[in-house]
Design a protein around this ligand. Structure first.
Ligand SMILES: *Cc1c(COP(=O)(O)O)cnc(C)c1O
Length: 359
């Protein structure tokens, strides 16, 4: 039986999938969870009551609106999307990355920077594409000459640019990105997952760059449970990508919830303001600890380095605080990433680090 299963797998599953490690996400139990850029705050009892009333109207026996028309219309007006652009919804922006890659020919090239969001390379593998990385410089900025050269050489069909970048937290030089957009006919996807935590974005460039697409998600602003991402681009490009979308990819509960929280966004706006204040405070406090090197952040997390990164990570873990250990990854030697939590969580985190270095 075991041998038969092994044969079935080797006869059917592509070897590169067979070779892939299982994708792991940490389970945090009742730990202080500062690992994956969630908004730490929940909603008030009053807002929750109104929300539950909306949810109770969902017809669970019916398929969702396959085109999520109400939600698309609301998103277009709330982001001021011009008429010649359109929006494509995904089950998280991860699904949109997958949809984009599914549109390409086998072995086409997609590119991104390194280090950046791990999903671009993974999805390239899933969809039988080639992935080529452009190394960032020592400050995690774009090395423009080198990147343009790599783009000319590899002729990618899609370039993914996380802005702000994950896991480094910084914004790339905007003019460098514009130069890249103007110097290539590939699609350039600006992944603005952290748009709420910065004033910088590429929405204004949409109308003068036909190859520019902007991708956003509600995951990092307090609605990670919904799984909703959206891609904004020229109508004709969206029409093609939309053909690849599975018809009911956005479930009814997500559609109703997203509409509700877009219309009732006061609490989320306050939370985001608070997270930005807490981020800047956290950066200041971390900078006071001489063993650490802190990187600038325009997102809701902070990258920092220390010579004993893995030890510090384990010390925090032992004390019930989960952050992200990146220290074994390429270009991220000694690096740890912490998501901004609520004020209580940030205080515990900082105090533990101080205690660790005082021993
Ligand atoms: C978190 C993250 C995403 C994934 O967003 P989902 O909508 O939750 O799938 C995409 N891009 C970047 C850069 C991220 O950090």
């Amino acid at each position: 039986m075991t041998q038969q299963i092994a044969n079935i797998i080797s006869n059917t599953i592509r070897s590169e999938i067979n070779d892939l490690p299982t994708y792991k996400t940490a389970t945090a139990g009742n730990m202080i969870k500062l690992d994956i850029m969630e908004n730490p705050y929940t909603i008030s009892a009053n807002l929750k009551q109104q929300y539950l009333e909306k949810l109770s109207c969902v017809a669970l026996n019916r398929y969702p609106d396959a085109d999520a028309r109400g939600l698309v219309k609301l998103l277009k007006s709330s982001f001021n999307i011009a008429d010649d652009n359109d929006i494509l919804l995904g089950n998280g922006s991860d699904e949109l990355i997958q949809l984009l890659c599914l549109a390409l020919n086998k072995n086409d090239v997609i590119m991104s920077f390194e280090p950046s969001f791990a999903m671009y390379e993974l999805v390239a593998k899933f969809t039988q594409l080639q992935y080529v990385a452009m190394p960032l410089d020592d400050n995690y900025q774009i090395n423009l000459a080198n990147s343009l050269e790599l783009i000319a050489k590899n002729k990618p069909k899609i370039i993914f640019i996380a802005y702000p970048n994950n896991p480094t937290g910084n914004l790339f030089n905007k003019q460098d990105i514009i130069t890249i957009i103007n110097n290539t006919c590939s699609l350039v996807v600006l992944d603005e997952a952290y748009y709420a935590y910065t004033d910088a974005n590429f929405l204004a460039q949409l109308n003068n760059a036909p190859n520019l697409l902007i991708m956003r998600t509600v995951s990092k602003i307090g609605l990670a449970a919904l799984r909703l991402g959206f891609l904004i681009a020229n109508k004709k490009i969206i029409t093609q990508l939309n053909k690849l979308r599975l018809p009911f990819n956005i479930n009814s509960l997500t559609q109703v919830s997203a509409e509700f929280f877009i219309k009732n966004d006061n609490e989320a706006k306050m939370q985001i303001k608070q997270i930005i204040i807490s981020r800047d405070k956290l950066i200041k406090q971390l900078k006071n600890i001489e063993q650490l090197t802190i990187y600038p952040s325009d997102a809701n997390f902070v990258l920092f380095k220390t010579l004993d990164a893995n030890n510090l990570f384990n010390y925090l873990l032992k004390n019930n605080v989960l952050i992200k250990d990146l220290s074994t990854k390429k270009y991220l030697t000694n690096a740890l990433r912490v998501t901004v939590g609520d004020e209580y969580e940030n205080k515990i985190f900082i105090n533990l680090i101080k205690k660790y270095y005082a021993q």
